[in-house]
Write a protein that binds this ligand. Structure first.
Ligand code: ACO
Length: 447
């Protein structure tokens, strides 16, 4: 095998008055290649290497895509170093304080905050679509009662396409696309509530005309057939905030999945169903379930918080504190700051007494003052507090990730729509092949 050296230099030339004149160049095997530098509206920079392979025969290798932008997007901006998150230019703090969830959904999907009239129409359209076809119940009866809610959710969302075959048309008109979007936004809370009821063996509660999106959802979850459940404002507000904070988070694992599946012209239901599966894992949406399970383990092991802090710091122990740290937020998670307050409010309002929640508070306090966590800038993330709130509200821990999916739905829809509106090409990464080369086919005696 030959050995060769690649010289790789990058020069960035800026000509201040000409936006497109910034370029990056590098030399490879004595040949110089030059690529445009793209600057986003928040001044983040990217080298556009889309012609790299055509020009040089090389590709880039970036496992986990830590340095790779897969798209240009106008939906969500986040700055992990500064702890900034904005949807369509609006700060998450303002939206969490002032908006309803459906207002935020409209903003993400259509680009602007709706007028009063448009919002009213949007709400009414969604409310009309909250009923789910009765035949969908057949699917439920087939699931084992202990099957994980995320598996059920992805299956049922995918199954919606069977009931709305018009959604399969990749060239849907804007009007048809709007109907599909409304349909999914309307039916998702109802499907989630069916999953909850199935796990309890209880009959489903239908959506009500006189309730809003969140109170309808909570009533379908916690109400009974002939007995509506009335919720404290603090509870409904915590749910509103949680759904808003989860509504989008740019090109994370599940969102990238939705975009890449949609890029093959797969319909919205199929694309979102794939996103739900991507969200399921404990390193992504499944972390909120993992947080509570970890807290329960600590409680069952005698409640010694310090012991688990020591385990988390021990490099020979694979244990990590679930709900601490974040791939992109390296100072603080702005969503965690907002949700911590809602969490304190709900716990106080409900007066919940729960040893697991006491352990959560103890762990939060101990980790925040521990040098290991301070040095590595490891703070509780949104999953830490969301898990605590969901538990205090009475959700079972395997429902937590489903609630994340309900919140993330507008973001998935917005990203799928943007990908279609921009007519993005089908997603098809490449690879560096490291397997066997030419082998002679062996007969049975040689294997
Ligand atoms: N507990 C203990 N130590 C940790 C933790 C943790 N939760 N997270 C990171 N560290 C340590 C690492 O061991 C490493 O230490 P070292 O520098 O001495 O080697 C250092 O902090 C940096 O860690 P990385 O793994 O490089 O951080 P990365 O950004 O790759 O990982 C991740 C981020 C996966 C979120 C990680 O912090 C983690 O596993 N957290 C727990 C799981 C979790 O809560 N996931 C939810 C993420 S949010 C979401 O998906 C919505």
């Amino acid at each position: 095998m030959g050995c060769f050296v690649i010289h790789f230099y990058i020069f960035v030339n800026t000509h201040r008055n000409l936006i497109m004149s910034e370029t990056a160049s590098f030399t490879l095997d004595g040949n110089k290649f030059e690529f445009p530098v793209i600057t986003g509206t928040e001044n983040e920079k990217a080298i556009d290497i889309s012609k790299l392979r055509d020009q040089s025969g090389y590709i880039t290798l970036d496992p986990g895509f830590k340095n790779t932008g897969a798209t240009k997007s106008a939906i969500t901006f986040l700055d992990g170093e500064k702890g900034i998150l904005k949807y369509r230019g609006y700060k998450i703090e303002d939206l969490a304080e002032k908006s309803t969830f459906l207002e935020v959904a409209y903003l993400l999907i259509f680009g602007n905050l709706p007028s009063k009239e448009v919002l009213e129409q949007f709400r009414t359209d969604i409310k009309k679509q909250m009923m789910v076809h009765e035949d969908m119940k057949m699917f439920f009866s087939g699931f084992p009662s202990k099957s994980h809610p995320m598996g059920q959710l992805s299956c049922l969302v995918g199954a919606l396409s069977a009931f709305y075959p018009e959604s399969l048309n990749p060239n849907q008109s804007e009007e048809e696309e709007y109907k599909t979007i409304i349909n999914l936004l309307g039916k998702m809370p109802t499907i989630v509530s069916w999953i909850q009821k199935k796990s309890l063996g209880h009959p489903v509660v239908y959506p009500k005309k006189d309730l809003g999106y969140i109170d309808n959802f909570m009533n379908m979850i916690f109400g009974e057939v002939n007995c509506d459940k009335i919720f404290d404002e603090a509870v409904l507000d915590a749910m509103r905030i949680l759904l808003i904070l989860h509504a989008d988070h740019e090109q994370n694992c599940s969102t990238s999945t939705v975009r890449i599946v949609g890029s093959s012209n797969a319909n919205l239901y199929a694309s979102v169903s794939a996103g739900i599966n991507a969200l399921w894992g404990p390193l992504h949406g499944g972390a909120n379930q993992a947080v509570i399970e970890m807290l329960e383990d600590i409680k069952n092991d005698g409640g010694d918080v310090e012991k688990y802090l020591a385990k988390a710091k021990d490099k020979n122990d694979p244990f990590r504190l679930m709900g601490f740290g974040h791939r992109v937020y390296k100072n603080f998670d702005p969503r965690a700051k907002i949700i911590k307050k809602a969490c304190d409010d709900v716990l106080e309002k409900l007066g919940v007494e729960d040893p697991v929640l006491d352990i959560a508070k103890g762990l939060e306090k101990a980790a925040l003052s521990d040098q290991y966590f301070i040095d590595r800038k490891l703070y509780p993330n949104v999953d830490f507090y969301s898990g605590i709130i969901y538990r205090a509200l009475g959700f079972k821990s395997d429902m937590f990730t489903v609630l994340f999916a309900l919140g993330r739905l507008p973001g998935w829809i917005a990203q799928w729509k943007e990908m279609r509106d921009n007519k993005e090409p089908i997603g098809r990464p490449r690879q560096v092949y490291t397997g066997e080369t030419d082998r002679t086919y062996p007969d049975d005696t040689q294997r």
